[in-house]
Every structure is written in structure tokens, then in C-alpha cells.
Design a binder for this molecule. Structure first.
Ligand code: SAH
Length: 223
């Protein structure tokens, strides 16, 4: 994909306003997270007809019945993971790739799994056009995790699940952190899980509404 510097830099005013009103304004404090959200061109992660709404305070459709997550939720999930730069990250639900880009900016390597092939093709092209070189894609059911590449320091689940799939907890490194929307199909709690030796601690950091995680260890397509 041909991306000009001008196309990437567009919407700077709206990006600044998003940070002021939705990110800093709502309690996100991590300066690295704020800096990255100020820079990543969110408008390129939605269809061109929706670009003017890309910095609004809501999710937006990205095709295939899926959505790009609300900016605040992306910031909140990223902040709680406290990325320092050296982490290997597993993301379940690539979707538009916006969260993937944010993770790639802040960690060492991102392994991302998406079950819908046309989304992966589109997103891979965009992220390559934006020159990310530390993202590995896989088209599969992410409820199995990615055993060959485990353990992961950090796991982020970008779709709602009735419970955290066991494989993901197993594939999390010692001292690792996982964040996921857990609950009913209509609404969920954002749950952070910390692994410490054999101990697993969970806490809720907010509520949210994600599209469902569809797979062997989550919901089935017909439900
Ligand atoms: N962070 C993404 C969220 C996209 S919506 C963004 O902001 O664009 C959630 C994504 O999870 C969808 O693309 C959906 O197809 C995907 N998904 C759902 N179940 C999945 C599964 N079992 N494995 C991998 N991806 C899944």
C-alpha cells in the first residue's frame, strides 16, 4: 500500500483532541501510552468513508461484522500491561490492527491471531505499509493460543469471552500479565490476570462491550 507522509500525518488536530478529552482527560497517565496514541494514525485503520469519525469516542465497524475498539479502551488495556519495551506479546483478535500497532510500538515482538482471513490480509498490508517489522500474523482460532511461540510476557484478548481460555493462562510467562474482556455476550468486565509462580491473581479494572470471541474455548458461531 502506498502511504504518503501527508496521509499518515492527517487529522493531527483530531488526534490531539482525542488525547485531551478521552485519554488524559479520563485518567490515562502513562506517558508512553499517551505518546504512542498521539502518533499512531488511527484514521488509516478504518475504511476511508469513516476516516472523519476515527477519533470519536466509540468503536467503529471494520467490515465482517467486527469493530475497531474505542480509543479509551485501547489506552486502558495497554496502560495496565505496563510494557517496558522488551516483551513478547500475544494478541488475540487482530481486527483492524490498531491495537496491534500500539503494542508493536511499545513491546519487542507482537504475535497476533485473527480468525477472519480478509481482515488479516487487509491489516497485514496496512501494518507493512506503516513499516512495522516486529509483528507476526496468524489466521487461526486464538482460543488455542500460539504454543510454538510461548511463553508470552503479555497477552491481550481483543474479543469478549465467557472465561479466559486455559491455554492462554498456560502460555503466559511467570510474572506475565493478561488482559481480557470477560463476561456475557452483551457486556463484560475488563479483567487483568497476573501470574506469579503457581499463583494466578485476577482483578477487574472496568466494564466494556466487545464483539464475541468465537472459537473452541469461547463461544460458538451460532450462539
Ligand atoms: N483490537 C481490534 C479488535 C477487533 S474486534 C481492533 O481494535 O480492531 C475483535 C476481533 O477478534 C475480530 O476481528 C474477530 O474476528 C476476532 N476474533 C474473534 N474470535 C476470535 C478467535 N477465536 N481467534 C482469533 N480472532 C478472533
Amino acid at each position: 500500500m502506498e502511504l504518503t507522509e501527508r496521509a499518515i500525518q492527517a487529522y493531527a488536530g483530531q488526534r490531539r483532541k482525542m488525547i485531551e478529552e478521552q485519554i488524559s482527560g479520563r485518567g490515562i497517565k502513562d506517558l508512553l501510552v499517551i505518546e504512542v496514541l498521539s502518533r499512531v494514525p488511527r484514521h488509516l485503520f478504518v475504511n476511508s468513508s469513516l476516516q472523519h469519525r476515527a477519533y470519536g469516542d466509540c468503536p467503529l465497524p471494520i467490515g465482517e461484522n467486527q469493530t475497531i475498539s474505542q480509543p479509551y479502551i485501547v489506552a486502558l488495556m495497554t496502560e495496565v500491561l505496563q510494557l517496558k519495551g522488551g516483551e513478547r506479546v500475544l494478541e488475540i483478535g487482530t481486527g483492524s490492527g490498531y491495537q496491534t500497532a500500539i503494542l508493536a510500538e511499545l513491546a519487542s515482538q507482537v504475535f497476533t491471531i485473527e480468525r477472519i482471513k480478509p481482515l488479516v490480509q487487509k491489516t497485514k498490508e496496512l501494518l507493512e505499509g506503516l513499516r512495522y517489522q516486529n509483528i507476526v500474523f496468524k489466521i487461526f482460532d486464538g482460543t488455542y493460543g500460539w504454543r510454538d511461540q510461548s511463553p508470552f510476557d503479555v497477552i491481550l484478548v481483543s474479543a469478549a469471552t465467557p472465561s479466559i481460555p486455559t491455554a492462554l493462562i498456560e502460555q503466559l510467562a511467570d510474572k506475565g500479565r493478561l488482559v481480557a474482556p470477560v463476561g456475557e455476550r452483551e457486556s463484560q468486565d475488563l479483567v487483568v490476570l497476573n501470574k506469579n509462580g503457581d499463583r494466578v491473581m485476577k482483578r477487574k479494572i472496568g466494564s466494556c462491550k466487545f464483539v464475541p470471541l468465537i472459537g473452541k474455548f469461547a463461544w460458538s458461531e451460532e450462539e
